[in-house]
Structures are given as structure tokens and as C-alpha cells.
Design a protein around this ligand. Structure first.
Ligand SMILES: NC(=O)c1ccc[n+]([C@@H]2O[C@H](COP(=O)([O-])OP(=O)(O)OC[C@H]3O[C@@H](n4cnc5c(N)ncnc54)[C@H](OP(=O)(O)O)[C@@H]3O)[C@@H](O)[C@H]2O)c1
Length: 315
């Protein structure tokens, strides 16, 4: 039987990479992975080719390149990388290119990796958090959420996949525990006692694979995934256990977090405030049993830490 090809945007990255690995790990399910990258000669691209993916060149700013890369594919996993440029407008333009290319190439199932448009609950005039870049509250959410409608407008069969905070941010995004003045490790989040849905990023790709494997069931639907919903205190307790030394939860206010000064601190401060203020809705949109039904290997935070604790920088 001919395999169904999934064209994977961001295949050299965290989300797309997880999906490529999930496809290749279960050849019996009848899918093949086509890995899209701007640079097919990079080490990561070569490693994907070696592991069994077909690697093709594509650029999100170039719709024709996407159309070519999507040609003949059954499905397409679409993701944009806000953190490379910090522009919601650019993400929206890239999402339009993706949707149009998928339509033109007659892709039968797109997964759009997205996040909520926070302005639906926190309109720009709501002064609880500053408006950023003139028209957003959480730019890296709002652009993706605004782009959801584009897939419908263009008329491409799409599943909107709301992802969750990567626990891997503790490794790669400077969000791990840091020693305080007395040397005790402190894990900082502006979430008070509210729960943060989180997951190992590898599980996003595995859940996406679960969606493709279930067939058309989730076309036209918006779904959300997470590994666990945990408070900052619970995360600090799990970190203490895994690291074998005390980690305290340092609950700062969103105002303080926004003032940290690194690029995107204001965006992330607003994001955490949104997640805290709309805890019930935000967690409710990311059901754990549903996520596990897509991906039986779904990790808990403790499992993630057991496998990754040595990679978390503690300085
Ligand atoms: N950190 C979190 O907690 C979190 C949670 C939920 C959602 N997100 C979202 O996840 C997104 C990033 O996904 P990720 O973590 O998987 O990214 P990543 O690991 O940083 O990798 C980015 C991927 O995107 C590809 N890419 C970037 N720009 C491209 C372009 N112009 N044309 C073609 N390919 C391009 C890169 O491919 P090449 O370099 O090989 O071309 C690479 O594979 C962000 O938008 C972020 O908002 C993050």
C-alpha cells in the first residue's frame, strides 16, 4: 500500500521534528515524512534524511516554494516561528502562504499549530495588561489565533491545534530555576497559584501524528493538548525531587515579569497573566485524557524531568 505523505514544516525544529520522529517510529501506520527546511544541507536536515525522511527546500515567505513542497502530500503540519522575528504580522502572512499552498496542492488534511487570540477575552482597551506592537495583547498568540480564520477562508481542510507551554523552555529558553541571593534555586513564574498547562515539546509532534492517524475525525475542529496542568508550586516541588535539592517557587507579578527586559518579556508577561486570569478556560481547552488518547506516550512533568534534568542550566 502506498504511504500517505505528511509534509512537515519546521521539521528541523522542536514541534515538526517530533512529528517526523513519530511518523518514522511507526512505519506500520502507513505514513511517510517529508521534511521542509530552508536549508537541506544543514546538519539537522541531513540527520532527518538519514533517519528516513525525504528532505525538501521551502521558505515560509515564498508561497510558490511551499506549493511545490506540498505537492502530492496527503497532509501538512504547519507551524511558524514567532521568536525568529517577533512579528505577529509576519506570522499571519506566513500562515496565509501555508493555507494557500495547501489549497493549491490539494492537501487533504492540514494541522495548523496555533494558540488563542487573547484579544477575544482581553480586548485592546482592557487596561489589565499593556497593548503591544499597537494592536496585540500577546503578539505570539494573537497572530496565530488571528490566522486561524485564514485556513477557513482559503477553504483548506484543517485541524486547529492549540499547543501548550514547552517544559523544554526550562532548558532552552532561560526559564529554569536560578540560584537566589542565598544560593537556593528559585523557579520564577508570574502565575500565582494558578495552573499552567505544559508538555514536553516532543509530545506535540506525537499528538499531531495521532490526529493524522485518526483520519478526518478532527478536520474542521479546534483541539488542545497538554501533558499536565501544574501550579508553579507543583512544578517547583517536582524540580526539587528531580534535582535532589530544594527549588522554591518565586511567584512574581506579571508587571515584574514584563520588566525583566529580555526580548519578548512583555509578551510573555501578558501571556502568563492571560493564562492565570483565564485558568479554567485555558486549562479546559487542553484536556489531558484527550491528549493521551492521541499520544499514549504522553509524558508527565516528572517523567520529562527524569529524562532531561541534566540539561537544565542552573546558573
Ligand atoms: N516555547 C513554547 O513554550 C511554545 C509553546 C507553544 C507554541 N510555541 C510556538 O512554537 C513556534 C516555534 O516552533 P518550534 O519550537 O518547533 O521552533 P524551533 O524549534 O525554533 O524551529 C523553528 C523551525 O521553523 C523553521 N522555519 C523558521 N522560519 C522558517 C521559514 N521562514 N521558512 C521555512 N522554515 C522556517 C525552521 O526550519 P529551518 O531553519 O531548517 O529552515 C525550524 O525547523 C513559535 O511560533 C512559538 O510561538 C512555543
Amino acid at each position: 500500500m502506498e504511504k500517505k505523505t505528511i509534509a512537515v514544516v519546521g521539521a528541523t525544529g522542536a514541534q515538526g521534528g517530533g512529528l517526523v520522529r513519530a511518523i518514522l517510529a511507526e512505519p506500520g501506520k502507513g505514513f511517510a515524512a517529508r521534511a521542509l527546511t530552508r536549508n537541506p544541507t544543514s546538519d539537522k536536515a541531513k540527520a532527518l534524511a538519514q533517519s528516513g525522511a525525504m528532505v525538501v527546500a521551502a521558505e515560509l515567505d515564498d508561497a510558490a516554494s511551499l506549493r511545490k513542497a506540498f505537492e502530492g502530500a496527503h497532509g501538512a503540519f504547519c507551524v511558524t516561528n514567532f521568536w525568529e522575528h517577533l512579528s505577529a504580522e509576519k506570522e499571519i502572512a506566513q500562515a496565509r502562504n501555508l493555507a494557500q499552498a495547501a489549497k493549491d496542492a490539494r492537501v487533504t488534511h492540514v494541522i495548523w499549530s496555533t494558540l488563542e487570540d487573547t484579544r477575544k477575552r482581553v480586548p485592546l482597551e482592557d487596561a489589565r495588561m499593556p497593548t503591544l506592537q499597537g494592536k496585540y495583547k500577546v503578539p505570539h498568540y494573537d497572530g496565530k489565533g488571528e490566522a486561524n480564520a485564514i485556513f477557513g477562508e482559503v477553504g483548506v481542510p484543517t485541524t486547529l491545534l492549540n499547543t501548550s507551554f514547552y517544559w523544554d523552555n526550562l532548558i532552552h529558553f532561560g526559564m529554569g530555576p536560578k540560584p537566589g541571593p542565598d544560593g537556593t534555586l528559585a523557579f520564577t513564574l508570574p502565575m500565582g497559584d494558578k495552573k499552567l498547562p505544559g508538555m514536553a515539546v516532543e509530545d506535540i509532534g506525537r499528538c499531531a501524528f495521532g490526529i493524522f492517524a485518526r483520519g478526518p475525525e478532527f478536520i474542521g475542529k479546534e483541539v488542545g493538548i497538554a501533558g499536565e496542568h501544574l501550579t508553579g508550586a507543583q512544578m517547583a516541588a517536582a524540580l526539587s525531587q528531580a534535582l535532589g535539592q530544594p527549588v522554591v517557587y518565586n511567584a512574581v507579578t506579571p508587571e515584574v515579569y514584563r520588566s525583566f527586559g529580555f526580548p519578548g518579556a512583555d509578551d510573555l508577561g501578558n501571556m502568563f497573566q492571560y493564562k492565570a486570569d483565564f485558568e479554567a478556560e485555558y486549562c479546559g481547552a487542553r484536556d489531558l485524557d484527550f491528549s493521551r488518547s492521541l499520544n499514549p506516550k504522553l509524558q508527565t512533568f516528572a517523567q520529562f524531568l527524569a529524562a532531561n534534568k541534566d540539561k537544565i542550566p542552573l546558573a
